[in-house]
Design a binder for this molecule. Structure first.
Ligand code: ADP
Length: 159
């Protein structure tokens, strides 16, 4: 069985992330979305809240599940017996960081492969931080994130 992990901050999940999840779910037998605690990023949503939002929107995909992890991704992967990471690539600016991460993970464990999936053109400008900014200033986030979680995001951003 081919399993893949899709790691990220998902603060919050956007339609760009969901597009990668949906496409990955057609290629792999199982997709594990993993919300990683990022020491460099101050989040809006708590890790458990991010997981709950993801749970809401992955319901239609029977081979997708979500977990959180505080630690090195490769340790999570060892625990789950997975060898493949999938990442989304938007602009050239993503490339340098993702390239470094992929090489670092491979250096830490040479059996790990990272696969990159190009963003869907319609989501190439979309990031969690831009969604948070728009929501904070009362802008419309319809089309940027799944409809089901719009109220949760608006509520949190305007607290
Ligand atoms: P963000 O940069 O939005 O905060 P994350 O840190 O949660 O996102 O990123 C998790 C993964 O999802 C990364 O591989 C990132 O490149 C990818 N990703 C984020 N937004 C998009 C998008 N709009 N289209 C494709 N991939 C994306």
């Amino acid at each position: 069985m081919k399993k893949v992990v899709y790691p990220g901050s998902f603060d919050p999940i956007t339609n760009g992330h969901l597009d990668i999840i949906e496409r990955a779910s057609k290629i792999f037998d199982e997709v594990i979305v993993v919300v990683l605690v990022n020491v460099d990023k101050n989040g809006l949503f708590h890790i458990e809240e991010r997981v709950r939002l993801i749970e809401k929107v992955i319901k239609p995909y029977k081979n997708v599940k979500v977990e959180s992890f505080d630690g090195l991704l490769i340790n999570f992967m060892k625990e789950r017996d997975t060898k493949v990471i999938i990442k989304g690539l938007r602009a050239f600016s993503d490339f340098e960081y993702e390239f470094q991460m992929a090489l670092m993970n491979n250096k830490l464990d040479s059996s790990i492969e990272t696969i990159f999936m190009m963003t869907n053109a319609q989501y190439s400008y979309l990031s969690s931080s831009s969604v948070k900014q728009v929501a904070k200033f009362g802008g419309c986030i319809k089309g940027l994130v799944p409809d089901d979680i719009i109220p949760d995001i608006m509520r949190k951003a305007n607290k």
